[in-house]
Every structure is written in C-alpha cells, then in structure tokens.
Design a protein. Sequence first.
Length: 161
Amino acid sequence: MEAVPSGFDQGRIPNDWALIELDHAVSGIEPIKLLYPHAVISTKATYTVVGYPLGQLRQGLFAQEHCSNWSSSHAGLSLSGILIADCAVKSGMSGGPILLDDETQAIAAGIVVERFTIGQKVMAIGVPVTAYAEKIEAAMRESDICAVGTPFAWPTLLPER
C-alpha cells in the first residue's frame, strides 16, 4: 500500500482480493456479513476502516470511524466499480475491511487496497463486495464445511429518496 500509488490502474482493483477456505468448521464465531451485492448505498453513508498498520505492532488494531462515502461521480470522473472513503488509512492496512456504519450490525462493504492523498486528506480505495460476491457464493455452494445461510446482509440504513 503506497502513500501515492504510481500508475494507478482502476481496472486491476477488482482482482485484489482473496478467498480463504477453511479445512474444518469453526464454532462459536459469527463472521461479519458482507454487504448484499445489489444494495444501494446512500451518498450520505459512512464507513469505518480497520487494520494493523505496518511497523506499528505495539499500537495494535487501528480503526477510523465515520468516514465519508466518495464512491460516486466527482468533477466529472466516474468512480463506479470502486469504493472510496475519506478514511486515514495507513501503510500496511491493505486487506483490511471497509465496514458500512450500520445501526444494528457490522457489514463489510469492501476491502482496502490502496490509499492516496488530496492535499492533506488521506483517502482509502477499496474493492467493493460486488466485485467478488458471485465467486464467494459459488465457493459456498461447493464447500462441505461452509456456514449455513448467506454471507450477505442488507443494511438497515436505506438511501435517501
């Protein structure tokens, strides 16, 4: 994760994720649900990023809450297919979740893959759940040990009309 990525290629973002299949079931743990792929996110939605910054082992888990959603058109630039939030992510937080701030549950909306700065503001770029949702569903259908039910959830906060 670079402070100022060179040669940023929006086309490679949907490929920057991984699916880990367990070799045995884990009991007593409820995984964080993923944002339902067809859920419409309000432009006023906020996110939280979580991760372990590089070289800061004593700090432990880092989180920034209430980051603004920038995943829409800005200055004529289409930002569809990527998730952007004004979260101050730090180097080493790639792979951490971008959580939708929802009133009742934690919902993962994407995965942090890059960061960039606009002036003094640090922005997080993420792969949205929609980029890999079908592959997760297919892996769950083929797995002998996957959790029963769906990995997806609808947010309780609906977009404004």
